[in-house]
Design a protein around this ligand. Structure first.
Ligand code: AQP
Length: 353
């Protein structure tokens, strides 16, 4: 499968289905630069293009690993503040947290009965998150994570899902679940969803190890830039980022064996809205002593306004909850009829009279 382009109201790979965008982020910690460049920035770009956009805080996914209840509440509001501060507009996009719309969990159960254990076993994120540990001790929810993710997407008949590279396999599994459901019940009910993986930084790597994804749950804070970091912290982390002693080359291919250098060039390109080639044209022959301060300035200029706005929004948690509640009502109005039709297809009696 090739990745799809961002949808337009008229062009769509799913005849019979209206283009609709869905995506989500787990409130499992503070937002990172990876979440911003790989997901949120794309969410904002897809908003207001004549296609319905639905963005969620997937709190039920977050609890597949232990979350302190108070921290989960704070992180969910902080994630909502991050969405809003980065430019998501509740009058243009539907914003809510997953647990408020029970149709996700209900369809998730049906998909648990459609998906196969072998499919879940093959998921690289499952293997990564349980490698070196006892998989027997992982939660059942973590194993079934991709099935709930398929429900998140398909309960809206979403046709496009903007994600980072790491989530591509889960979107492919969503297609497998949709295809098996349609085949088993002899219907053409669920669309084939396309991952939209675009931009210069679809996989932002750790600042301490260029072969590892930047992640909000990385034990080292120095490995990531948090959207709540102040200018000083951002600059320090970039200046201390692991690199090598070579100057930057003229071509991106020459960075193939230099993962840390490649990562910083990718981040620069994504933040500046430039191609990687254009970045190298500006910096070829220069070392990191020259490049890092420029990157730090660019990162501070791009992220500081978001961080300041997040702090302001976090002063009024009731307003955040109000926005999420309104979004949940709108999401429910789309999801409920699709779920009821699914129950009907499966053969469940729903009448209470
Ligand atoms: N490093 C990254 N580069 C590009 N995109 C990224 N995403 C996450 N990290 C990067 C994208 O952000 C979206 C939300 O991800 P998530 O929070 O639901 O789960 P995740 O991919 O597991 O993110 P983290 O930060 O690594 O979380 P933890 O540490 O809790 O597991 C997705 O679109 C993802 O591709």
């Amino acid at each position: 499968m090739t990745d799809a382009k961002a949808p337009t109201a008229t062009a769509d790979a799913n005849p019979g289905f209206t283009p609709r965008v869905f995506s989500g982020i787990q409130p499992s910690g503070g937002l990172t630069l990876g979440n911003y460049l790989g997901a949120i920035k794309r969410f904002v770009e897809m908003q207001g293009q004549g296609v319905e956009t639905i963005y969620c805080m997937v709190d039920m996914h977050a609890i597949t690993v232990w979350q302190d209840p108070e921290a989960l509440r704070r992180q969910t509001r902080e994630l909502a503040a991050g969405y809003l501060a980065a430019g998501l507009d509740p009058t243009k996009s539907i914003l809510f947290n997953q647990s408020q719309v029970s149709a996700h969990a209900e369809l998730g159960w049906i998909f648990n009965c459609v998906a196969r254990m072998g499919w879940m076993n093959r998921m690289t994120q499952w293997k990564d998150k349980t490698s070196g540990k006892d998989a027997e001790k992982a939660s059942l929810g973590l194993f079934a994570y991709p099935s709930l993710m398929a429900a998140d997407i398909l309960v809206y008949h979403a046709t496009h899902v903007p994600v980072g590279e790491d989530q591509k396999q889960h979107v492919e599994l969503t297609r497998d679940i949709a295809a098996k459901f349609n085949h088993d019940f002899k219907v053409d009910f669920f669309p084939m969803t396309n991952p939209v993986i675009e931009g210069a930084a679809t996989r932002v790597m750790s600042l301490r190890d260029g072969t590892k994804k930047m992640s909000k749950s990385d034990p080292s804070d120095a490995a990531r830039i948090n959207l709540t970091d102040d200018a000083d912290a951002i600059s320090k982390k970039i200046k201390k980022a692991k690199t090598d002693a070579e100057p930057l080359p003229e071509s991106f291919e020459a960075l193939a064996d230099r993962p840390e250098a490649k990562n910083l060039v990718n981040i620069y390109a994504a933040l500046a809205g430039m191609t990687k080639e254009a970045v190298l044209a500006d910096f070829a022959g220069q070392g990191f002593g020259a490049f890092k301060p420029k990157l730090a300035d660019l990162a501070v200029a791009s992220l500081a306004p978001i961080s300041t706005e997040m702090s302001r929004l976090m002063q009024d948690p009731a307003e955040i909850d109000r926005i999420l509640g309104q979004g949940a009502d709108k999401a429910d109005a789309i999801a409920r009829p699709i779920l009821e039709k699914t129950y009907d297809i499966v053969g469940m009696i729903r009448s209470r009279r």
